[in-house]
Design a protein around this ligand. Structure first.
Ligand SMILES: NC(=O)C1=CN([C@@H]2O[C@H](COP(=O)(O)OP(=O)(O)OC[C@H]3O[C@@H](n4cnc5c(N)ncnc54)[C@H](OP(=O)(O)O)[C@@H]3O)[C@@H](O)[C@H]2O)C=CC1
Ligand SMILES: CC(=O)N[C@@H](CCC(=O)OP(=O)(O)O)C(=O)O
Length: 339
């Protein structure tokens, strides 16, 4: 059994990880932690999350900085489901021992520190860890993830967007004079568990935000290889992301060509489902899947692809688990797909 800890275990993605680890045949959950002065320290996961009411044995521990080295040396894997700043500050110490570290925050996804500072609002000073970090898009980087000590688990919108766009970019079928356009709608769990006016029940409707400036734009662009126009929207539902991606294809690219391309790239990938119609968010909510469907207008040369994921699962916790499985020498979907 692999010994595992989750830091930030009381939050949405942390609690999802606790649930996944509890059902994992080869992982043993040793510690669930929150910040040093958290009001939830001493409570059980069961007290905080009704859907985990059966997990009464996991008591949230406050994470004092002196415990980082102990975790680094005693654990096989540590998941950081924490704010970007905490992940940034703790990575060097946490990754200095035997534990492999899987960071769900955005702290180690952008290699360019100037772009990072502009979008995250603080300077990146953990250069060695940043250099070491492997981007955990499991369907593309599996060989590097297997060898990695630090994995930067992709953001939710970039996961949905990149899984739709990378087959097209990599095959060279995009018309480079027209930027891909990604319009994506997320449920409110994407904003985390802390109460805020913007995510309160009465306030949330359907609205674009972060227009032409969201931090996931450089993440998508740097891991795709070309600029995009990305517009996120907040929707009045709990979980899931639906990304609608519009692209201009190189002249003569047919529907049949895209059908073959997606099937060649993802036919053997257990977590990506190529659908025969446009997916709904409910098809993927609470699952580790990314569902894709596409249609080409051969006259105009435009194509529309939709990509649906659960932001808390494939957009965070289950993708982190895919990465941990790979890094620990297990099958990528261990503990994720049953039957
Ligand atoms: N929600 C989503 O869909 C996605 C989230 N992410 C990223 O994953 C990370 C976690 O997100 P999410 O679960 O939504 O966030 P939440 O706000 O729901 O949870 C954050 C967790 O971190 C804990 N925490 C906060 N500060 C510290 C600290 N200094 N030390 C230790 N623990 C701390 C919180 O508990 P307490 O404050 O009580 O200590 C809580 O357990 C974030 O970086 C987020 O950007 C990535 C992809 C998708
Ligand atoms: C609905 C909502 O607010 N979503 C979050 C993205 C969640 C995510 O993927 O987070 P990180 O990249 O920060 O890890 C946002 O737009 O900030």
């Amino acid at each position: 059994m692999f010994n595992v800890a989750v830091i930030g275990a009381s939050g949405y993605t942390g609690a999802q990880l606790v649930s996944l680890i509890s059902g994992h045949p080869q992982m043993s959950l040793q510690h669930v932690l929150v910040s040093e002065n958290s009001q939830d320290a001493g409570k059980t996961i069961a007290q905080l999350h009704g859907n985990l009411a059966h997990l009464t044995q996991h008591v949230l521990e406050p994470l004092a900085p002196h415990r980082l080295a102990e975790l680094a040396n005693a654990m096989d894997a540590v998941f950081l489901a924490t704010p970007h700043e905490a992940s940034h500050d703790w990575m060097a110490e946490l990754s200095a021992g035997k534990a492999k570290v899987f960071d769900l925050s955005g702290a180690f996804r952008l290699k360019d520190t100037e772009v990072f500072a502009k979008h995250y609002g603080f300077a990146h000073t953990s250069e060695a860890c940043l250099e070491q970090a492997v981007y955990g898009l499991a369907e593309y980087n599996s060989e590097a993830i297997k060898q990695a000590d630090i994995v930067a688990v992709p953001g939710c919108y970039p996961t949905a967007s990149l899984l739709a766009l990378k087959p097209l970019f990599n095959a060279g079928v995009l018309d480079e004079s027209v930027r891909p356009i990604v319009n994506a709608v997320s449920g409110v769990s994407g904003a985390g568990r802390k109460a805020s006016l913007g995510t309160s029940f009465y306030e949330v409707s359907l609205q674009a935000y972060g227009v032409l400036g969201h931090r996931h734009t450089p993440e998508i662009e740097s891991h795709l290889g070309t600029p995009v126009i990305f517009t996120p929207h907040l929707g009045n539902f709990k979980r899931g992301i639906l990304a609608t991606v519009t692209v201009k294809l190189k002249s003569g690219t047919s529907q049949t060509a895209l059908d073959k391309l997606y099937s060649d790239v993802y036919g053997e990938q257990p977590v990506v489902r190529l659908r025969e119609s446009f997916p709904k968010i409910d098809d993927v909510a609470h699952t580790p899947y990314c569902d894709l469907h596409w249609k080409v207008d051969e006259q105009s040369g435009y194509a529309v692809i939709t990509s649906a994921i659960d932001n808390v699962m494939k957009g965070a916790a289950s993708q982190a688990m895919q990465c941990a499985n790979l890094a620990l020498g297990l099958a990528a979907t261990e503990g994720l797909i049953h039957g």
